[in-house]
Write a protein that binds this ligand. Sequence first.
Ligand SMILES: C[S@@+](CC[C@H](N)C(=O)[O-])C[C@H]1O[C@@H](n2cnc3c(N)ncnc32)[C@H](O)[C@@H]1O
Length: 215
Amino acid sequence: MKRIKAITNLIHRCHCVYDIGSDHAFLAILILKNKIANHVVNIENKINPLNNGKKNLLKNDLIDKTTNVINNGLQNITKKVKIKPNYIVVAGLGGSTIVKILKTCRLIKREITFIFCPNSQAYILRKWLNENKFSIEKEQTIFNKKFYQIIVAKEKKTKITSMKKYLYFGQKNKQLDLLTWKKYLSFSEKMISNNKNLSYNKQYQKMLKEINQWK
Ligand SMILES: C[S@@+](CC[C@H](N)C(=O)[O-])C[C@H]1O[C@@H](n2cnc3c(N)ncnc32)[C@H](O)[C@@H]1O
C-alpha cells in the first residue's frame, strides 16, 4: 500500500487515470476516495484480477467512477475506451513488459504523464525512455519489503540523453527521498560485490555489464 500511496502522491488533480495491470484496483480506490481524478480506467489482461478489482470497487461504492476492461496493455485501447487519460500508471510489472506496453501505445503520448513503478529491470525502462524522447521528470525510490523505483515521465519533442549511470540508478531521486535512494544505492553495491552466487546478483552483474557497453 505504501507503494500505491507514493504513486497517488505524484498525480495532480485531473479528469482520468488509466491503471494498466490494475489487479486489486487499490490505486483506483485511493485516487477516487481522495478525489484526485473523476474517473479511473482499470486495464487487465486476465479476468480473475479484473473481477477481483471490480469486487473491491463495489465494496467501496466506487464502481460507477471506473471503466474496467480486459486488454493487452494499451494495444488498440481506443476501440474499447473512449475517455482520454491525463495519466497512465503501470506498476508492478517488469521493465521489459512495460516497454512492450509502451511500444503499442497509439495515444498522443505528449498529452499524457506516465508513472511507472517497475518491479524489476528499471534500467531497461529508463534506457527505452531515453532513446524515445521521454524525459524523466521525477523519480522516487521507496522501500516496501524491497526497493521500488517510481518514475514519472513525459514525451518531449526532442531527444533528451541521460548519462548511462543514471539509467540504472536514477538521477532525480534525490529531490523526493534522498535517504531511501542512498540506502538503495548502497544495497545495490553490496548485492553486486558480496553475493557472487545469488542468481539475483547475476542479474545485477548482467545489468552492470550491459550498462558499461552503452555509449
Ligand atoms: C503484480 S500485479 C500488479 C498490481 C498493481 N498494479 C500493483 O502495482 O500492485 C501485475 C498485474 O498486471 C497484469 N498484467 C500483466 N501484463 C499485463 C498486460 N500486458 N496488460 C494488462 N495487464 C497486465 C497481471 O494480470 C497482474 O494482475
